[in-house]
Design a protein around this ligand. Structure first.
Ligand code: NDP
Ligand code: MG
Length: 390
């Protein structure tokens, strides 16, 4: 049966991997909507080739270029956040949420409101508004399938198990670009150095977040929100080979590990064929050749983001929204070379400290309050960034 699919963030790293799998079985899918940002050439090319109903760019100023690139193709062109949300409301059986950042939340919610299956790569929406996302899915009979590799691994390891026997969840981290640098040198790290990942090929922002472990910090919160597990039972371990993605520990002492190549097409393909397992074009690991897998504890001084994630989970409420927004602002400032690599954690820490004194914990988590907290956190972050520069 042909399934109707939409891909949000189609021009990104996850989006391209998703389209790669769709292209391999063109008769199985009908593409409804593809969305992108500024990469109009890729968006128009994919929309034409896959005969999408509609292609949407996030930016109004890109609409003329998109219209021109799609002329005569029969694909509708649209632009702006509202158009992206409208595209998310178009009936589809499976929707990939792979926009980067907090901008992924509104279309994710719209998609869930139509009771679809949402493959969720956009971890920021779980971090900023986990309860809202899960509530919306439950209310509309929608399904959320995790796409982040660690969460897909946990999800797979949990299949057939009883939740009450789970004692702990361990997620692995490669350690990022600077795992072996002397800690004193981290302050000098450049955006270019931070954007090089030892194992995974990903978008620029998440790669820099891997070097700082802000990505792992988001993933710890994502684990708490999605699997409803107590934060004290979530552990992070550095595993430089990036072959074990997560482990689930049971009360009888068993650890069920998920092992696979560092290729996002595994997790995307798993979500695409769930509950079945399709044949996927990923490497088959030769364990004898790999020889050994190594693990070590993350150093707190190297990765202050992990401690901040604990603080955010302790506060709860809108702390996740403030955390993510201040992290996004700090990341922009680092990429623009306005602050140093090590300043990012200080900016986020300062924002959480100020905003938690103003009652982040007590507020209800809905789209309006999340948007307000996001906005306030970006303003606070900008103040902290300016203070560091002066
Ligand atoms: P990329 O930066 O490669 O792609 C991001 C996508 O979002 C692009 O299509 C981009 O458009 C679009 N976009 C950017 N800004 C906006 C906006 N304001 N509104 C709407 N669309 C926008 O990111 P990744 O593919 O690496 O990551 C996507 C998501 O998946 C993130 O949440 C990330 O954390 C998560 N993820 C990624 C993994 C990976 O391996 N890459 C692994 C696990 C999770 P354009 O490029 O055209 O401007
Ligand atoms: Mg991940």
């Amino acid at each position: 049966m042909t399934r109707r699919v939409s891909v949000f963030g189609a021009t990104g790293s996850i989006g391209a991997n998703t389209l790669d799998l769709i292209r391999r079985a063109p008769d199985d899918y009908r593409v409804v909507a593809l969305t992108g940002g500024r990469n109009i050439a890729a968006l128009a090319r994919d929309a034409r080739e896959l005969r999408a109903e509609v292609a949407v760019t996030a930016h109004e100023d890109c609409l003329p270029a998109l219209r021109e690139a799609l002329a005569g193709s029969g694909v509708e062109a649209a632009a702006g956040e509202a158009a992206i949300c409208e595209a998310a409301a178009r009936p589809a059986d499976w929707i990939m949420s792979a926009i980067v950042g907090a901008a992924g939340l509104p279309p994710g919610l719209k998609a869930l409101e139509q009771g679809t299956t949402l493959a969720l790569a956009n971890k920021e929406s779980l971090v900023t508004a986990g309860p809202l996302l899960l509530r919306t899915a439950a209310r509309h009979g929608a399904t959320i399938l995790p796409v982040d590799s660690e969460h897909s691994a946990i999800f797979q390891a949990l299949r057939g198990e009883r939740p009450e026997t789970v004692e702990r969840i361990i997620i692995t981290a490669s350690g990022g670009a600077f795992r072996d640098w002397p800690i004193e040198r981290l302050a000098e790290a450049t955006p270019e150095q931070a954007a090089t990942h030892p194992n995974w090929d990903m978008g620029q922002r998440i790669t820099v977040d891997s070097a700082s472990m802000f990505n792992k910090a988001l993933e710890v919160i994502e684990t708490k929100e999605f699997f409803g597990i107590d934060p004290d039972r979530i552990e992070v371990i550095v595993h430089p080979e990036s072959l074990v993605h997560a482990l689930v520990g049971h009360r009888d002492g068993a650890l069920i590990a998920h092992v696979g190549p560092p290729d996002m097409r595994h997790a995307i393909g798993y979500a695409l064929s769930f509950p079945d397992r399709a044949e996927l074009p990923v490497e088959r690991l030769n364990l004898a050749k790999i020889g050994s897998l190594t693990f070590r504890d993350p150093e707190e001084a190297r990765y202050p983001a992990l401690g901040l994630a604990r603080e955010v989970m302790r506060i709860g409420g809108l702390a996740g929204a403030a955390f993510n927004a201040s992290k996004e602002a700090a990341l922009d400032a680092f990429l623009d070379e306005r602050i140093r690599f090590t300043d990012m954690a200080d900016v986020v820490s300062r924002v959480i400290e100020i905003m938690s004194a103003q009652g982040l914990d007590s507020a209800a988590v809905d789209l309006d309050t999340v948007r307000e907290a996001d906005k306030a956190a970006r303003i606070r972050a900008e103040e902290a960034i300016n203070a560091l520069q002066s």
